[in-house]
Design a protein around this ligand. Structure first.
Ligand code: NAD
Ligand code: MG
Length: 384
């Protein structure tokens, strides 16, 4: 019998974090040694109580104040971002699940890669902002980045059918979100509640809005570009409303390999944990007993302008991903606060990407500066 793998779950109170804990509950061989959460401190405390990790980190010092004292069986409770970095690089950790949302997840993911860890990466924004830098640092430290995003997990699984230099195209599937059939006119009056109601996936708020604008797919194009070192010209998107085919890899001989499963994040999380093996787990299986219709449709880049921007940003590289991501994070927040319209999200992101002072070879500091600039520009755009 092999010894259990020690896992740290960064962002354990989120949608991905909770699914990861469901995987650990159901699959033998994993030991949760670290948890982190930013808000929902009651949930973080309940998770700590159940899993008895060595470390718990409350990343928001104000929220962390309400974490209950523990008298026995104690885990160490730490507060703040520095503690998160220490957790992400701790000696006894085998796998770091990076499941914090947004650029807030980049420093800890970077530290884990810098320390040569195996990182199960859910936080796509990290790859969008600094994919080029993360991939080359991982090559230097022998860190392994295992994709958790369902499309990228599917690509990773399909890639194992051939060699990297035999891949001719990566085809990312997109559900099309709740407004797949909306006209551009209808898109102007979309409300927050409508945008949060995703037809096939159950996700955190940011990811749900990103799916509705299809900015999620734009981010995933850039994520795929760096994760798999494939140029933007070899990446395509196809709309697949049923969310059963999670992506497709086409090889030079014309064979296309796809990965299929019901839409449930537990499977890609589990695969990143068990890779290169497969184990029985809690994810549902396909039920084909009454038949199933699967559609694949071309995307409409005019009704979903975020998608066109994603291709351009993947092609540009440099600071473009950091700027698009930051503009989008601010725009999503503004939309959730009813400060901008739904269709304003993609418009603002394009303008800010086009206006920015492009640097093709940024350092990590340059990327954080580009991120900050884009957020300030977004505030200016809103009040212009
Ligand atoms: P979520 O909002 O449900 O959870 C985010 C987690 O990050 C929470 O634990 C929260 O406490 C923590 N967090 C928030 N702000 C933080 C900060 N400033 N510092 C430290 N921690 C902070 O998000 P989610 O849906 O679980 O998504 C997590 C990541 O996974 C995102 O990058 C998302 O794009 C990606 N992802 C999610 C899904 C999905 O189905 N939910 C699918 C693919 C990829
Ligand atoms: Mg995805």
């Amino acid at each position: 019998m092999t010894s259990p793998k020690n896992i740290a779950i960064l962002g354990s109170t989120g949608s991905i974090g909770c699914s990861a804990l469901d995987v650990v509950r159901a699959v033998e061989g994993f030991n949760v040694v670290g948890l982190s959460g930013h808000s929902q401190i009651d949930l973080l405390a309940a998770q700590a109580d159940e899993f008895k990790p060595d470390w718990v980190v409350g990343t928001d010092p104000i929220n962390a104040g309400s974490f209950p004292d523990c008298s026995q069986d104690c885990w160490d409770f730490h507060i703040g971002d520095e503690s998160l970095t220490r957790l992400a690089t701790a000696e006894n950790i085998d796998i770091v699940l990076a499941a914090i949302v947004g650029i807030a997840g980049l420093p800890s993911a970077w530290s884990a890669i810098d320390a040569g860890k195996t990182v199960a990466l859910a936080n796509k924004e990290t790859m969008v902002v600094a994919g080029q830098q993360l991939a080359s640092r991982a090559a230097e430290t022998n860190a392994r980045i295992l994709p958790v995003d369902s499309e990228h997990s599917a690509i990773f699984q399909a890639m194992q059918s051939g060699n990297a230099n035999e891949v001719s195209r990566i085809i990312l599937t997109a559900s099309g979100g709740p407004f797949r059939d909306f006209s551009s006119e209808q898109m102007k009056t979309v409300t927050v509640d409508q945008a949060l109601a995703h037809p096939t996936w159950n996700m955190g708020k940011k990811n749900s809005i990103d799916s509705a604008t299809m900015m999620n797919k734009a981010l995933e194009i850039v994520e795929a570009r760096w994760l798999f070192d494939v140029p933007a010209s070899q990446i395509e998107v196809v709309v697949h409303p049923q969310s059963i085919i999670h992506s497709i890899v086409e090889f030079t001989d014309g064979s296309s390999i796809a990965q299929l499963s019901p839409p449930d994040m537990k499977l890609p999380i589990q695969y990143a944990f068990t890779w290169p093996n497969r184990l029985p787990g809690p994810s549902p299986k396909l039920d084909l007993s009454s038949g199933m219709t699967l559609e694949l449709l071309p995307p409409d880049l005019e009704r979903f302008p975020a998608l066109a921007l994603g291709f351009e940003v993947a092609q540009l590289g440099g600071t473009a991903g950091a700027v698009m991501n930051a503009a989008n994070e601010s725009a999503v927040e503004a939309f959730l606060n009813n400060e901008i319209s739904f269709d304003g999200i993609a418009t603002a992101c394009r303008q800010i990407v086009e206006q920015h002072n492009f640097d093709p070879t940024p350092t990590l500091d340059d990327l954080f500066a580009a991120d900050k600039w884009a957020r300030q520009e977004m505030s200016r755009w809103m009040f212009a």
